[in-house]
Ligand binder design. Structure first.
Ligand code: GLY
Length: 374
């Protein structure tokens, strides 16, 4: 499928029809993975679940693009639920970036709502408070994991860059940069592939292990983790203009593109898993496509380089649009064949809310619509 101006407009109209139908059904609910075509309510299952912001993020993007007030109203309802998660505190962790960049901070960015700004700053302070200054990383998860850092958090640190800019306080960017340097040192490999997790002694900062995480096994290459690094380093560059971040994003991008080129520009769950069984994770290529578009917009690239990143992003989004979208407005979820982790059978080859989010962000970016939520 060629993503011309006309086909993009058609896809946009299909997204609009589908999301307005979902808005009509959702009320105050928070979506994750539909069951028999219907989203259960994550407020009942886990109000602090890490994906609970993406629905609002997608609606803010659509509101910004087309100004239909339905999107704003439903996004504001999500924000109320997420503010309650913030108030409760228990259950929140490194993923407050995903949760509050897409709710409170997005609202503030689009409408200037001061109360939303304050909630966003609370979330950023919580994230900053997770910094381990001995190992120079933001700790992942809670309870027994004080020494764990994960690549996913590269997508959370834009919350710190935002707060630092709002407050004119360099401590936030300092923490984000420290985490990014540690990720570069211990998670990004020479060939551009990425580890999911590094475990340190939290009292000395000594590296203890790099386990498999959500990928196939130790030393493998979980595709969504690669996408988190690709887009996360591109965003770190956008916020800081540090060349080492752009170089890292490009290195991971080259590795990612080389792998998806072999599978029709759709992503496997893990690029280093056995050939059989074939497990897909479309959320990874949706996220990576947005990261490639971010790289393509970097002013430090030459005019020769830019089309490489842009064209590969288009190929990934076109592959999703051509074969992976369910446009039936009566069924929840657009992008099919998302998979949360290699070993999680009950969350395999299903629509997942963040797959829809990144697909919508990518399509809007190609149309010159939407805003940088990160
Ligand atoms: N941040 C968790 C995941 O990507 O599944």
């Amino acid at each position: 499928m060629e993503l011309t101006k006309e086909t993009l407009q058609e896809i946009y109209e299909k997204i609009d029809r589908k999301l307005l139908a979902e808005c009509g059904r959702m009320g105050d609910k928070l979506p994750f993975i539909p069951e028999n075509g219907v989203y259960p309510d994550m407020r009942e299952r886990n109000l602090s679940w890490w994906t609970n912001g993406f629905w609002a993020g997608m609606l803010w993007q659509m509101y910004d693009a087309g100004k239909n007030p339905v999107y704003r109203e439903v996004a504001e309802r999500s924000e109320i639920a997420m503010n309650e998660a913030l108030r409760r505190f228990t259950g929140l962790h490194h993923d407050v970036g995903f949760q509050f960049l897409h709710t409170a901070v997005a609202d503030y960015r689009v409408t200037g709502n001061e109360e939303s700004k304050v909630n966003g700053l609370h979330a950023a302070t919580l994230l900053a408070g997770r910094f381990n200054p001995i190992g120079n990383y933001i700790r992942a998860w809670n309870l027994d994991k004080p020494g764990w850092m994960i690549v996913d958090c590269m997508m959370n640190i834009p919350l710190l860059y935002w707060a630092g800019e709002e407050l004119e306080d360099p401590r936030f960017a300092y923490i984000a940069d420290q985490h990014a340097h540690t990720a570069l040192k211990y998670l990004v490999r020479e060939d551009g592939s990425v580890n999911h997790i590094a475990i340190f002694d939290p009292a000395t900062g000594e590296l203890l292990a790099r386990p498999a995480g959500q990928g196939y096994g130790e030393g493998s290459s979980w595709s969504r983790g690669q996408a988190w690094a690709l887009y996360g380093f591109a965003l770190a560059y956008t916020h800081t203009k540090k060349q080492e971040y752009l170089d890292a994003a490009k290195r991971v991008a080259h590795y990612f593109i080389a792998n998806v080129a072999a599978t029709g520009y759709l992503s496997l769950v893990d690029f280093r898993a056995p050939k059989e069984p074939v497990y897909w994770d479309t959320t990874a290529s949706a996220c990576a496509a947005c990261g490639l578009l971010e790289i393509a917009g970097a002013e430090a690239l030459t005019e020769y380089e830019k089309p490489f990143y842009y064209d590969n992003a288009v190929r990934m989004l076109a592959a999703l649009a051509e074969t992976q979208c369910n446009w039936n407005p009566e069924e929840d979820g657009i992008v099919q064949n998302g998979t949360s982790a290699y070993e999680r059978e009950n969350e395999m080859h299903v629509p997942i809310i963040y797959g829809d989010y990144f697909f919508v962000e990518g399509i809007l970016r190609l149309m010159g619509k939407g805003f940088l939520i990160w």
